[in-house]
Design a protein around this ligand. Structure first.
Ligand code: GLV
Ligand code: MN
Ligand code: MN
Length: 405
């Protein structure tokens, strides 16, 4: 098989007719189908699959044990996301194992292919949910009370899927077995395309925070309420959006986004009573994100109050900067050298499970060139030949890391 063949097997799961691309979320119908595909792919290679207490899947080549080398990514997407963000890392991992098996390689160390739960945080609002729970980066109780857009809590969705709520939480024994984790991922920018290079390693993930802004005004009639009588939270939200843009632009290379807005009640002839907006801020260092947030908050509050509305802000997540393990990354780069020469090590503005795992296990990443540079949208791309190059790079990495006892 090829990586492209493997991705073709899930190409029809979770297509989003309205948004385009894919909408695949934790514990929905697509999740079950994607987990079935994971199990089938693993068993075709003779790998034994287990699900941990946090809904992360582990396919073991060799008996689970100490000194294991894990690789993988996630199967969930953002709403209307691309085909590669997440699944490429899993399809490439299975393909890398297949290639190593075909060449008769038997790893002295156990190798695991992983699919981590809810990396995007698109349903329950917490990115890297599965790895945060696994590593203890979030308390189970704090995660289980999170609700999706329909108001269903993670706890209720967990129970409804037949999973055990009591099993949710850190698994230090499982983590302690890992000697290294490698995540292969489509690049979410055009750096490699511009350099003309198919694969690279990663140097760092910049920090990132997410906040929920609740703006309350006064619901009223669009026809009878004169413009000077209004406390319109949609106008207040517009001012908040501009405050985000202004604060982020004043601090390059910081990034600020409001990508999701809910208007309540949401009628054409109704002045809304409430707007909920989700804010995503990123910058080079944790303190830069905090300073950006303070500036956004000051600007947004002034704008909201000027419209006679009120603002309440909740922090939904904060993910600190990650600098990947330099020694492991150098080892991966050396393993790539025979085929790929000297590959660059590039930073990314996108979050990954690798970032969470790097706090507890030596971790590195591989990026695969993206010709469009687009991600989190249907236009996300990776050439077939580059996906295969990625699998070969991952195979070389696993040969190196799992090959030494
Ligand atoms: C995940 O891809 C993120 O960076 O939000
Ligand atoms: Mn993503
Ligand atoms: Mn991803």
């Amino acid at each position: 098989m090829t990586v492209t063949d493997r991705l073709a097997e899930i190409a029809d799961i979770g297509r989003d007719a309205e948004r385009g691309g894919y909408s695949r979320h934790l514990l929905d119908a697509t999740d079950a189908s994607l987990r079935d595909w994971f199990r089938r792919s693993a068993s075709a290679l003779g790998l034994a699959v287990e699900e941990d207490g946090d809904a992360n899947l582990w396919a073991w080549w060799g008996a689970p044990g100490d000194g294991a080398v894990a690789t993988g990514s996630h199967l969930d997407s953002v709403p209307g996301g691309g085909a590669y963000d997440g699944p490429l890392g899993i399809a490439a991992a299975f393909e890398a194992v297949a290639q190593l098996q075909a060449e008769g390689f038997t790893p002295p160390r156990p190798v695991a292919v992983c699919a981590f739960a809810e990396e995007e945080g698109s349903r329950f609002g917490l990115p890297c949910l599965g790895t945060r729970l696994l590593t203890g980066a979030v308390e189970p109780a704090a995660a289980l009370v999170r609700a999706d857009a329909a108001g269903l809590t993670l706890e209720d969705a967990w129970r409804a899927s037949g999973r055990d709520v009591a099993a949710v939480g850190p698994d230090p024994d499982r983590v302690a077995r890992l000697a290294a984790f490698i995540e292969l991922h489509v690049e979410q920018g055009r750096d490699l395309e511009d350099r003309g290079i198919p694969v690279s390693t990663a140097s760092a993930i910049i920090p990132h925070g997410r906040w929920r802004l609740e703006i309350t005004g006064e619901g009223n009639h669009a026809g009878t309420t004169t413009m000077d009588q209004r406390a319109d939270p949609v106008v207040a939200a517009a001012r908040a959006v501009l405050a985000v843009q202004e604060a982020a632009r004043a601090r390059p290379p910081a990034r600020g986004t409001i990508g999701k807005v809910q208007v309540v009640p949401g009628g054409t002839n109704v002045i809304a009573s409430r707007v909920v907006a989700w804010l995503d801020l990123r910058a080079d260092h944790d303190e830069d994100v905090r300073a950006l947030f303070d500036a956004v908050l000051a600007g947004a509050r002034a704008g909201v109050e000027a419209e006679g509305c009120t603002l309440v802000v909740h922090e939904e997540s904060f993910t600190s900067r990650v600098d990947f393990d330099a020694a492991l990354t150098a080892r991966v780069a050396a393993a790539l050298r025979p085929e790929f020469g000297a590959v660059p090590s590039i930073p990314t503005g996108a979050g990954h499970d690798a970032g969470i795992l790097s706090s507890v296990v030596p971790t590195a990443m591989l990026f695969v060139r993206n010709p469009t540079g687009v991600s989190h949208a249907p236009g996300e791309g990776a050439r077939d030949a580059d996906c295969e190059a990625g699998a070969r790079a991952l195979a070389a990495t696993l040969r190196e890391l799992a090959g030494a006892a």
